[in-house]
Design a protein around this ligand. Structure first.
Ligand code: NAD
Length: 413
C-alpha cells in the first residue's frame, strides 16, 4: 500500500526543522523556500492515428545560488506541480550536500509513457523540450533522466536542442555513452547507495560481511546497489519490483539475478527465492532495508511492522515525515535520500564537466571521484548529527541549507 503524500508540506516541514537547527534568519529562510521559477506548458502530441492529445508539462527551478539548476524529467501519470516543486527543492539540497556547483530543478509531463508508441514518445519528448527551451541552457538549467525517462530520451532532447543552438552535449546528462554520456553513470546511484551503506555499517560497528539486505525496487538504483553490496560481502535476502517480491533467506545469487533482471526488466520468474509481497518485504527482519522504488512507501500505517536495523533511502522520499519521526524514536536509523541517492547527480556533474572539456574520463577515475565525494558528504552529516544530537536526515538538511544560505548571502539580491 502506498499513501498519497502531501509533498509540499513534507518538504517544507523538513526544511523548517533543519533551518531551526542552524538558526537560519527569517528572510533568508523565506527566500530559500520559494521556487525561483515555475513553468507550466502544454505539450500537444500528434498520435500515430492522426489525432491530437495534449499533456501538461512542468519545469520548476528551485534555487540556483550555487550554480545552474539541475534535475531530472519524470514521465508519469501522477506528476503534478506540487510533486515537481518538492522534487526540485530536494535537488537543491542534494547538490549542496555533495558539494557540486549546481542548484536544484525538476520537470515532468503528466502522462503514462506505456500508453504511447516509441514514435509518439519521441514526438512528445521533443515537443516538451522545445516548450522549455527558453529557460534551459548549459549554464542555466541542465535536465537529466528520472522515473520513466532514460538515455534514449536524453538523446532526443540533446538533438532537439542542437537544432536551434548547435551541438551542445552538456545540455542534458544521463546520455548514451556514444553521445557524450559518462562511463559509470548507469551504476552511479546504486554505487553511491552501496558506498553509503558501507560507511553506515562502519560507523555503527556493523559487520558488512554477511549483513542481510532487503531491496524494494530492483530497477536501475536497486539492482546496482544490490550488485555492489553483494560484491562487498552483503547477503541480499529479498528483492522486488512492481510485479511483487522474492525472498531467499540464504541470499540470492546476485550476478545471475542481476543479468536476468537486466534482460527481462523484472525479477519475476527468475527461478530463485519464494514469492512475497512488497509489503511483506518491508517487514522482513534484516540489517539494511533499502526502499529503491517509489516515494511514501514507509508511512504511519506500516512503520510499526519494520524489523530492519537501518533504512537506507535509495528512492526519493520513501519515508513520510511522521514515519521518520517514529523510526527515530524507536532507534531505527534512516539514512536520508539526499545523501544516499546523490551518486547519480554527482556523476551527472562529472558528465557535464567532461562535455564542457570535450573529453572522456576512464570509468575507474569516475568511480574514485564518486567515492571521495560520497564519503566526504557522509562524514559531514555524521559530524553535524553528533554535534546537534539530531537525526541523520536533519543533519543532512542542515549541512545543505547552510551551504545554500551562504552562497545566497554572498551573491546578494
Ligand atoms: P527504475 O524505473 O529503473 O526502477 C524502479 C523499480 O521500482 C522497478 O524495479 C519497478 O518495477 C519498481 N517499482 C515500481 N513501482 C513499484 C511498486 N509499486 N512497488 C514495488 N516496486 C515498484 O527507477 P530508478 O531509476 O531505479 O529509480 C528508483 C528510485 O530512485 C526513484 O524514486 C528515483 O526518483 C530515485 N532516484 C533515481 C536516480 C537514478 O539515477 N536513477 C537518482 C536519484 C534518485
Amino acid at each position: 500500500m502506498k499513501i498519497k503524500v502531501n509533498n509540499r508540506k513534507a518538504s517544507d516541514d523538513q526544511f523548517d526543522r533543519a533551518a531551526d537547527l542552524i538558526g537560519l534568519k527569517k528572510d533568508i529562510r523565506e527566500s530559500l523556500k520559494m521556487p525561483n521559477r515555475e513553468l507550466m506548458v502544454e505539450v500537444p502530441l500528434r498520435k500515430d492515428d492522426g489525432s491530437i492529445q495534449s499533456f501538461r508539462g512542468f519545469r520548476v527551478q528551485h534555487n540556483n545560488s550555487r550554480g545552474p539548476f539541475k534535475g531530472g524529467i519524470r514521465f508519469h501519470q501522477e506528476v503534478d506541480l506540487d510533486e515537481v516543486r518538492s522534487l526540485a527543492s530536494l535537488m537543491t539540497w542534494k547538490t549542496a550536500l555533495v558539494d557540486i556547483p549546481y542548484g536544484g530543478g525538476k520537470g515532468g509531463i503528466t502522462l503514462n509513457p506505456h500508453d504511447l508508441s516509441e514514435r509518439e514518445l519521441e514526438r512528445v519528448s521533443r515537443r516538451f523540450f522545445r516548450a522549455i527551451d527558453p529557460i534551459i541552457g548549459v549554464n542555466k538549467d541542465i535536465p537529466a533522466p528520472d522515473v520513466n525517462t532514460n538515455a534514449q530520451i536524453m538523446a532526443w532532447f540533446m538533438d532537439e536542442y542542437g537544432m536551434s543552438h548547435g551541438h551542445t552535449p552538456g545540455i542534458v546528462t544521463g546520455k548514451p555513452i556514444d553521445l557524450g554520456g559518462s562511463l559509470g553513470r548507469e551504476a552511479a546511484t546504486g554505487r553511491g547507495c552501496a558506498i553509503i551503506t558501507r560507511e553506515t555499517a562502519n560507523r555503527y560497528n556493523m559487520d558488512l560481511e554477511g549483513a542481510t539486505v532487503a531491496i524494494q525496487g530492483f530497477g536501475n538504483v536497486g539492482s546496482y546497489a544490490g550488485k555492489i553490496l553483494s560484491e562487498m560481502g552483503c547477503k541480499i535476502i529479498a528483492v522486488s519490483d512492481v510485479h511483487g517480491g522474492l525472498y531467499e533467506p540464504d541470499g540470492f545469487d546476485i550476478p545471475v539475478l542481476f543479468d536476468y533482471n537486466y534482460e527481462h526488466r523484472t525479477v519475476k520468474d527468475c527461478g530463485q527465492g519464494s514469492a512475497i509481497t512488497n509489503e511483506e518485504l518491508l517487514a522482513l527482519e534484516c540489517d539494511f532495508l533499502i526502499p529503491a522504488a517509489l516515494g511514501g512507501v514507509i508511512h504511519k500505517m506500516n512503520v510499526d511492522q519494520l524489523k530492519c536495523k537501518i533504512v537506507i533511502e535509495a528512492a526519493n522520499g520513501p519515508t513520510t515525515p511522521p514515519a521518520s519521526e517514529i523510526l527515530y524514536n524507536k532507534g531505527i536509523r534512516v539514512v536520508p535520500d539526499i545523501l544516499t541517492n546523490a551518486g547519480g547527480v554527482t556523476v551527472s556533474y562529472f558528465e557535464w564537466v567532461q562535455n564542457l572539456q570535450q573529453f572522456q574520463w576512464e570509468e575507474d577515475e569516475v568511480n574514485e571521484k564518486l567515492e571521495r565525494r560520497m564519503v566526504r558528504a557522509f562524514e559531514e552529516v555524521i559530524a553535524v548529527c553528533n554535534e546537534k544530537k539530531t537525526s541523520l536526515r536533519m543533519a543532512a538538511f542542515a549541512v545543505a541549507i547552510d551551504r545554500v544560505a551562504q552562497s545566497f548571502e554572498l551573491r546578494g539580491v
